[in-house]
Design a protein around this ligand. Structure first.
Ligand SMILES: *[C@@H]1O[C@H](CO)[C@@H](O)[C@H](O)[C@H]1NC(C)=O
Length: 332
């Protein structure tokens, strides 16, 4: 149905003399329906298909780790609550394979202890089913995630609040329901510990960008790369360096470019220690470029790419607990 407002907007855009100007400077950011959980950060998010994304767990601004799961419908710009995860979780490691949502560990409880417990969610039945836990020694949250064929790869992460930044690489084969135990030594660890990094898979390569080592302020600018078709070669450090070393940023991959948004640990307190920076890594040229910053600077959100656009629900608006329910989408 065409309502009077959209009709008048149509007339204004089509016939007003300023239309050309308005169209030549479109904002890259658009605001969407807010996250129903309220102000939230450290949740996980993943695209279920081309039009729906899911967010899992997280920390509410007023404290408390939650087990809630919500699905967002792009065409309707609407959220729906679905079956909760069996435990409360933050910094969950989430990925989707064949339309099913996998939670492969994360952090749970008041101490944010790393948990190896894992589940799969089937949107068709609205049910969570327990699957093999990751090896106990690899339990962690905030890993960099990537899906290659039927295998979900996890790189780096944090074992608990104030805990270790790890070098661990894990892989779960959704076809066999097993964690891979034969990852070659050179592929099994990234070159140096990281948590709250970003990245994912482009082509055959798994990228681990930035993150911190130990203290929040010890932010890193590195790009570590593993060719999943040549695991024996192991991880290499690329030449390209993030212009602004960051951790806790949101990552979205569009084509061969990896977009990074926000983060925390900013010595400049303009945004409460949060970064406004948006920077993009070109995996083909191994170079970085800066983009106009975020409309709403934040950390501890998650980015999901659908239809070439990058959706960023919620996030922390300052270091610590301040958060937002705001949801926006970036069009590269
Ligand atoms: C995408 O996922 C949503 C949520 O499970 C579902 O309602 C929708 O039908 C799916 N779309 C397609 C094209 O499969």
């Amino acid at each position: 149905m065409i309502n009077p407002i959209s009709l008048s907007l149509f007339w204004a855009l089509t016939f007003s003399p300023t239309a050309a100007l308005a169209q030549s400077t479109p904002s890259a950011w658009k605001t969407l329906a807010p996250v129903p959980a309220g102000p939230i950060h450290e949740h996980a998010a993943a695209a279920l298909n081309a039009t729906h994304l899911a967010i899992v767990g997280g920390m509410l601004e007023r404290g408390g780790v939650i087990d809630s799961v919500y699905i967002y419908d792009v065409p309707k710009d609407a959220w729906k609550k679905v079956a909760s995860l069996p435990i409360t979780i933050n910094h969950a490691n989430a990925a989707v394979v064949d339309g099913k949502l996998y939670i492969l560990g994360g952090m749970t409880g008041a101490q944010w202890n790393g948990t190896p417990r894992s589940w799969v969610y089937d949107p068709a039945t609205d049910k969570w089913t327990a699957i093999a836990s990751m090896p106990a020694s690899e339990a962690r949250g905030s890993a960099v995630m990537g899906v290659y064929g039927k295998v979900v790869w996890l790189a780096s992460g944090k074992t608990k609040s104030g805990g270790e930044s790890v070098t661990t690489v894990s892989a779960f084969d959704t076809a066999s329901g097993k964690w891979l135990v034969d990852i070659p030594a050179k592929a099994k660890n990234i070159p140096e510990g990281r948590d709250h990094g970003g990245g994912g898979i482009v082509g055959t390569k798994l990228y681990q960008l930035g993150g911190s080592l130990g203290a929040i302020e010890n932010r890193k600018d590195t790009v570590f790369v593993l060719d999943l078709e040549d695991l024996e070669k192991g991880w290499v450090t690329a030449k390209g360096r993030m212009p602004t070393p960051r951790r806790g940023f949101a990552t979205g991959i569009v084509g061969t470019k990896i977009y990074t948004f926000g983060g925390e640990g900013n010595p400049d307190r303009t945004y409460g220690g949060v970064f406004k920076e948006a920077e993009v890594y070109d995996t083909v040229t191994d170079t970085w470029a800066s983009l106009p910053g975020m409309n709403l600077p934040r950390h501890g959100s998650a980015a999901v790419v659908m239809g070439g656009k990058i959706y960023i629900p919620g996030g922390g608006t300052a270091m610590g607990t301040p958060a937002t329910a705001a949801f926006d989408v970036y069009s590269p």
